[in-house]
Design a protein. Sequence first.
Length: 309
Amino acid sequence: MQNPAPLPKMVPFAFLSVVLIWSTTPLGIVWSSASVHPTMAVLLRMLLALVLGSLLLVLFRIRLPWTKTAFKLYGFSSIGIVGGMLLSYFAARYLASGTMSLIFGLSPLISGILAQKLLDEPKFGPTKLLSLAMAFIGLGIVCSSKLSLNSDSWIGLVLVLAAVFLFSLSGVLIKTVKINIHPIANTVGALLFSTPLFTLAWLLFDGTLPVETWQAKSIWAIVYLGVFGSLIGFIAYFYVLQNLKASTVALVTLITPIFAMTLGATLNGEMITETLIIGALFVLAGLALYQFGEKLKSLLKKSDVGARS
């Protein structure tokens, strides 16, 4: 039996970059849309990433595939970019950044369910079913906390749950496309497909340009998200997605809620209640069980057999 090919050396670095960038993205979304309409904030972010990404293609002479298979990849990537991002920006008006990050933590579970249908991955065993139950119990606790604090929070919860589903669906669908493509080309191609849709969303939901009302904090948040959240973050994300399972890449969301909630409380004065902490612990414990439960079970079995022999 052949050993699996070793991972490229840049994969751990790219994975860490995604963790750090995604930890700060929810707060960046909240700040960027504080004085700028959500559709304009996300549109400016994507335009900046598209321009910089296109310059990188020219600078490093990277070919942008323009084939039917490439279009399929860009289209699937756009589902997560447009659906996940646009809905998250609207949700930011109703939810704290830490809560958004926590709910996005469910993406490994949703990715795993979708991968069963679309990638023929094995069905969940008892351990993963238990992890699913724990995570959704935690989500229920978080939702009850949020709904009791603000009557409009249910809108944000629905929006961010839809965003998580589309993000997870996108990650799984990308794995169905067999193409050898540079991550920067993948990012630029996806942004080329996504940006017109963000423009359409701005025209439909806002269509105004009240630059005089924009605050410096929002503008700098847009610049940060354009450079790091969209360009560097997407390049790193697509790179690790090419080298790891979709559900493993989604493991990032097991780590980011802790950082995101801490940043939200420290830099944005977001309230972390006891109920929210309990719900978060259930979600994170469920995610940890999902990722490591089978391995732990296997190790316990081996140690038990070793003790008996």
